[in-house]
Design a protein. Structure first.
Length: 554
């Protein structure tokens, strides 16, 4: 089996992964693994932008206050202050890499700042509605030119290699010394790399490094309807949990209110920035309905707007609601929302004269691996950054466009923390056992995988969606128990494929979402349950943390 050595491994090639790689490459060699083509990331799909205080009439305090308000009592205020306060410096770093944000002549900041739900000010830096794409391309150019970075496409992480796991298999270092003596207590479980599947060669290899960064993004694909690209299968959360890491706040899944509803459109988002430019949500009769739920109407925080749409659709029986953007001119749309405008036209919807049919869909994981602002996890050698991590910024509901800001700041903080680490040489001496194929054979049951994919995702949509109940969660738990047992058998019996790896991950994470939701007996932020419709600060003003290692380990 091939073993690749580097100083740092980064899993994922979105903003968090590429920024981490660029910062860490100043300290050593970086191996970036990405499971599809390099630009297939959640970041590349981001339309909105980066929320940051740039306008003289705005302030860090206002941005903090909006973030805390959306987070419904569960944000960590010191984290919120640190990330928001560090924003402008990191924006300048992106600009130094060559990114050009949209400008507006005569505006006090010089930028054309957008507005999104829950923000009291215009503060979203953007590149039209192609912000994610532009960021991705800018960072890829930097990475391509960097001699310390090796990027491998079509390589999917399978599981971490930890010292605890190696010791349980009687493996040490080549010269017989205890594993990683220079870092942490000898008994402390440490991460020394991972196994990965190379899709281009159809083989499993090990990557070995003193530091592994999970920057795998979110997991919208756990649900049948999502705004996320196909890569968003919550891999990092599943991988970390299987290695014994604590997973925090996973009940808080953000549903974006406005994904295009059209039988041929897959996962296409209509950015909240469209509502920021005064588009209104209306029902089939053309009536606005969101003010019944919140005075801020169509631009209330996402949890409120998504629930308002869900309620409107359920009470009227309509399959969707509509976005009315007909006050916008063709010229304005072509400049500000070129992607949305042309995509809608492609589906026969002219935004200047037609209503846009929209539905909510799974969009963002506010929870994830319990992590500090500096990406530190509880396991030495393992770090997490971006949507996969739960730093305390988002609390029970993320404020729009705060996530790219978080990834920018946290990747920088992580690299600064790791600047002085000196455990590099020892790691290369660790013996890594070859992947154990057991009695696995090539699969002739692809249909089972396909079927289980749909079952997990439909089950989550039906029972663990925008509105939950105890009964629905119990049903989901039972179904997922059966499905996970079947998937585990399949994983052991057949050769690994990218599909089975992703399926195993979405099923594990689906079960974690259910368990997190079951343990919160209240409604707060993105967790809304008919059995406990009120917020209960006395009993639940704290994060949900799942700490157990799964039975049987990795
Ligand atoms: C959007 O453009 O509506 C999405 C932005 C975000 O999720 O932060």
């Amino acid at each position: 089996m091939k073993i690749l050595d580097s100083d740092f491994i980064v899993v994922g090639s979105g903003l968090a992964g590429l920024m981490s790689a660029l910062h860490l490459a100043q300290r050593g060699t970086v191996l970036v693994l990405t499971k599809k083509a390099v630009a297939d990331s959640n970041t590349a799909w981001a339309q909105g932008g980066i929320a940051c205080v740039m306008d003289p009439s705005d302030s860090f305090d206002q941005h903090v206050s909006d973030t805390l308000d959306a987070g419904a009592g569960l944000c960590d205020e010191s984290v919120v202050r640190e990330i928001i306060g560090s924003g402008p410096e990191q924006i300048r770093q992106l600009e130094a890499y060559g990114l050009k944000f949209a400008e507006l002549e005569g505006s006090p900041s010089g930028y054309d700042l957008g507005k999104e739900g829950g923000h009291s000010q215009r503060r979203v830096l953007h590149c039209g509605d192609l912000t994610g794409h532009e960021i991705e391309q800018t960072l890829l150019r930097q990475v391509a030119d960097h001699e310390n970075i090796t990027l491998m496409e079509h390589c999917a992480a399978i599981d971490l290699i930890t010292t605890g796991w190696l010791e349980s298999r009687g493996v040490g270092t080549a010269n017989g010394t205890p594993i990683m003596p220079s870092r942490g207590a000898a008994s402390e479980n440490q991460c020394v790399g991972l196994y990965a599947y190379d899709g281009a060669r159809g083989e499993i290899f090990a990557a070995r490094a003193p530091h592994t960064v999970l920057a795998t993004g979110g997991g919208g694909k756990v649900y049948i309807y999502t705004s996320n690209p196909d890569v968003a299968t919550a891999d990092g959360v599943a991988i970390a949990w299987r290695a014994g890491l604590a997973i925090k706040n996973l009940e808080f899944i953000q549903f974006h209110p406005t994904t295009l509803y059209h039988r041929e459109a897959k996962n296409f988002l209509i950015s909240e920035a469209v509502r920021g430019e005064k588009a209104l949500l209306v029902n089939a009769n053309g009536d606005t309905f969101t003010r019944k739920f919140d005075d801020r109407g169509s631009l209330a925080p996402r949890d409120i707007v998504a629930r308002a749409i869900d309620s409107e659709m359920k009470s009227t029986g309509a399959p969707c609601v509509f976005l009315d953007a007909r006050h916008m001119t063709k010229d304005f749309l072509e400049k500000r929302f070129p992607k949305i405008y042309t995509t809608c036209l492609q589906y026969g919807i002219d935004m200047t004269s037609d209503l846009i049919p929209v539905v909510p869909s799974a969009h963002y994981f506010c929870g994830g691996i319990e992590t500090g602002v500096d990406g530190a996890t509880a396991m030495p050698g393992l770090h997490a950054c971006g949507e996969v991590a739960c730093t305390g910024l988002h609390g029970a509901n993320r404020l729009a466009s705060n996530s790219l800001l978080e990834a920018l700041v946290c990747s920088r903080r992580m690299a600064d923390r790791l600047a002085g680490d000196a455990s590099h040489s020892v790691c290369r001496e660790i013996k890594v056992p070859a992947w154990h194929y057991g009695d696995a054979v090539p699969s002739d049951e692809g249909i089972v995988v396909e079927h289980n994919w749909n079952e997990v995702r439909t089950c989550m949509w039906d029972y663990v969606g925008i509105v939950r109940t105890n009964k629905r969660l119990e049903r989901a738990e039972r179904r997922l128990d059966n499905l996970r047992a079947e998937i585990r058998d399949y994983y052991l019996d057949y050769f690994v494929t990218p599909d089975i790896l992703e399926l195993r991950n979405i099923a594990d994470v689906a079960a974690l979402i259910v368990r997190s939701a079951q343990s919160r007996h209240e409604s707060r932020g993105l967790q809304y349950t008919l059995d406990y419709p009120d917020r209960n600060d006395e009993a639940f003003a704290h994060p949900t943390v799942i700490e157990d290692t799964p039975a049987g380990g990795q």
